[in-house]
Design a protein around this ligand. Structure first.
Ligand code: COA
Length: 197
């Protein structure tokens, strides 16, 4: 009997998105709270302009997972992960990790040394995903408040924490001391603030 993992092995395709994926991505995000929904136009742009730094997971022609990302315009060594989504039917089977590992192994992201993303405090699955990746990659993590509930969202949205994971796997190694000071500087952290193990 085929299990879901067998289906992954047999049929899963990971590829960069195409503009024609944008509408389906919009539906997948809309069905995946607590993600912020986007306009179809925004998702079309993600699939067109940010295709090189994004990944679609497809089974039988249907998008079941997606990661949108881009290289930060004034810091092209940093890959920003915008949204990660897996169809509810396919969660808990390592797909989000597979997509991220695939994305950071592509030539289109090879110059990126760091990953950043933003996460709300209560999105446990998202924290676990990035903590698991940092563990697998033996990378360092740092976090700080990025967009604040009152200041940036007029109390309409929870705080968004910026999480930085560095270095990405298979990048040139730097000394631990350099990596720590680099992370600290990038977030403007004082030595004692908000460090994660
Ligand atoms: C977050 C999400 C993308 C995870 O997708 P997934 O394919 O189920 O994740 P994976 O199976 O690759 O799991 C990765 C790690 O996170 C952990 N994890 C995933 N979901 C979890 C949950 N709900 N609770 C606790 N841990 C969880 C896994 O155990 C795994 O840990 P490991 O590295 O120690 O093995 C998926 O739950 C989702 O689409 N949620 C809705 C949208 C969302 O919140 N996106 C994240 C914000 S950008």
């Amino acid at each position: 009997m085929n299990t879901r993992n067998d289906l992954f092995e047999d049929k899963l395709e990971l590829r960069h998105p195409r503009a024609t994926d944008g509408f389906h991505l919009n539906q997948l995000v809309a069905a995946s709270p607590p993600l912020d929904t986007n306009s179809v136009y925004c998702n079309l742009l993600q699939c067109q302009h940010f295709a090189d730094t994004s990944v679609a997971a497809v089974i039988d022609g249907k998008i079941i997972g997606f990661i949108s990302g881009y290289l930060v315009p004034n810091d092209p060594e940093t890959l920003f992960i915008w949204q990660v989504v897996v169809d509810a039917k396919f969660r808990g089977h390592g797909l989000a990790k597979r997509m991220l590992n695939w994305l950071v192994a592509q030539s289109t992201t090879e110059n990126a040394r760091h990953l950043i993303t933003t996460i709300t405090p209560d999105n446990g699955a998202s924290w676990k995903l990035f903590e698991g990746l940092a563990r697998d990659w033996q990378a360092l993590m740092a976090k700080d408040v990025f967009f604040e509930r009152e200041r940036h969202f007029a109390n309409q949205h929870d705080d968004e924490y910026l999480l930085r994971v560095s270095p990405l796997p298979n990048r040139p190694q730097e000394s631990l001391a350099h990596s720590y000071s680099d992370l600290r500087n990038s977030l403007g952290l004082s030595p004692s603030r908000r460090w994660l193990d």
